[in-house]
Ligand binder design. Structure first.
Ligand SMILES: *[C@@H]1O[C@H](CO)[C@@H](O)[C@H](O)[C@H]1NC(C)=O
Ligand SMILES: *[C@@H]1O[C@H](CO)[C@@H](O)[C@H](O)[C@H]1NC(C)=O
Ligand SMILES: CC(=O)N[C@H]1CO[C@H](CO)[C@@H](O)[C@@H]1O
Length: 293
């Protein structure tokens, strides 16, 4: 699905400059990694492209951002990977690669001084207009019971990106959204650790719930989506590799005409639109199931 080549002949410029900022989680709790990529030495030197990308919202220990950093670095980009925890497992893995074109930068996005420092580091090496790629989810389009806050945040990100796309047109800055489908095995979305944490949250909420709530919903209903999460650990239809998502991200970065949205199928043998429709239908089934408990 992804065309990544830049037709060198159609690009008269002699300098290729790509900056990218990506955010992923590399350690413990909610870690965020920002990756800035600049490439003065990129293979297609006859092309000039100025991109600024920032991936926000990856919440897992391993996942898309980490894989993307590795892919782009191997493709010859200069990558600035901002990590929430510089000594975290994911950050150490990147650092241990000891590559000249891979810079790991401490970056907690809630700390203004760390953002300023990261920007300074990148600005030293690159000057670019930029390009923006925000990572959302298929769930930014289709709701699912039990995850309303997640859907609100993803739908908000999509709407915000759509506005930003229109606002940035004036400056020639392109904005794309990547919407991964079902990739639980390629991230830590339903890792044992995540499941444990969710279970603990459920137990706490159940403990604090009033007698009325307990009577009304029942324990089985309360834990239904946690059970669903556990069952998903065995879902053989789920994509086990992040590759299609990384392909989409790379296309969003490199394509002269990136798509507005990249809806990436995570199931085997499913066309994504079909699956997205299926998601909508099965979410209704799921609601019914929960209703019956
Ligand atoms: C990130 O910064 C916030 C304060 O701005 C802090 O509460 C949080 O613990 C930091 N996260 C990590 C993993 O250090
Ligand atoms: C998942 O599969 C494992 C064995 O492969 C089994 O022990 C476990 O009970 C299954 N979990 C669920 C929730 O079906
Ligand atoms: C909703 C959201 O996270 N949007 C972000 C998309 O990327 C731009 C550029 O990095 C950010 O400014 C937005 O906050």
């Amino acid at each position: 699905m992804v065309q990544t080549s830049i037709p060198a002949a159609s690009n008269p410029m002699s300098l290729l400059l790509i900056i990218m900022i990506a955010t992923i989680l590399l350690s413990g709790i909610i870690a965020v990694v920002s990756i800035y990529i600049s490439s003065l030495y990129y293979r297609e030197e006859s092309a000039k492209m100025n991109f600024l990308l920032k991936f926000i919202g990856q919440k897992w220990q391993r996942g898309f951002g980490h894989d993307l950093a590795n892919r782009l670095v191997d493709d010859g980009f200069i990558v600035f990977a901002g990590v929430l925890n510089f000594d975290g497992k994911g950050a150490c893995e990147l650092r241990n690669r000891n590559l000249r074109n891979l810079n790991v930068v401490q970056l907690n996005l809630t700390k203004a001084d760390e953002i300023d420092k990261a920007v300074a580091i990148v600005s030293e090496q690159c000057a670019a207009k930029g390009r923006i790629v925000n990572v959302s989810s298929v769930r930014g389009r289709f709701p699912w019971p039990g995850y309303s806050t997640y859907h609100v945040s993803k739908a908000g990100m999509e709407t915000m990106s759509d506005s930003l796309r229109l606002e940035m047109m004036k400056f020639g800055i392109k904005v794309a959204v990547v919407e991964p489908g079902w990739f639980p095995l390629a991230t830590a979305a339903i890792s044992i650790e995540t499941c444990e944490r969710v279970k603990k949250d459920c137990e706490e909420q159940w403990k604090e719930a009033s007698e009325e709530i307990k009577r009304l919903y029942g324990r089985k209903y309360f834990f239904a989506w946690y059970d669903e999460m556990l069952a998903n650990r065995n879902d053989t239809r789920a994509a086990s590799s992040s590759e299609p998502v990384i392909d989409a991200m790379v296309d969003a970065l490199r394509n002269v005409h990136p798509k507005y949205r990249y809806l990436v199928d995570g199931g085997q043998g499913y066309n994504i639109d079909f699956r997205a429709v299926g998601l909508k239908i099965s979410s209704q089934h799921f609601s019914v199931d929960m209703h019956n408990h």
